[in-house]
Design a protein. Structure first.
Length: 67
């Protein structure tokens, strides 16, 4: 059924070629980008999940007790 619909649309093969080209260009671009990343950037990103957030300093004023 789907094949009949696709054949009647006409020009669908061009969309297949275009989508494969976009797929290939995107992943080739990602590969090139990842090869040329700087080591210092990768090290900083690697350590990022392990860094602790700065602890807020305790205030000298006690919290007001509203009762």
């Amino acid at each position: 059924m789907i094949e009949n619909v696709m054949h009647k649309l006409g020009g669908v093969s061009a969309f297949g070629v275009i989508s494969i080209c976009i797929f290939f260009l995107f992943f080739t671009g990602m590969l090139v980008w990842s090869v040329f990343l700087k080591k210092s950037y990768l090290d900083s990103m690697c350590e990022l999940p392990l860094e602790r957030e700065p602890q807020s300093e305790p205030s000298d004023h006690p919290r007001a007790n509203h009762e």
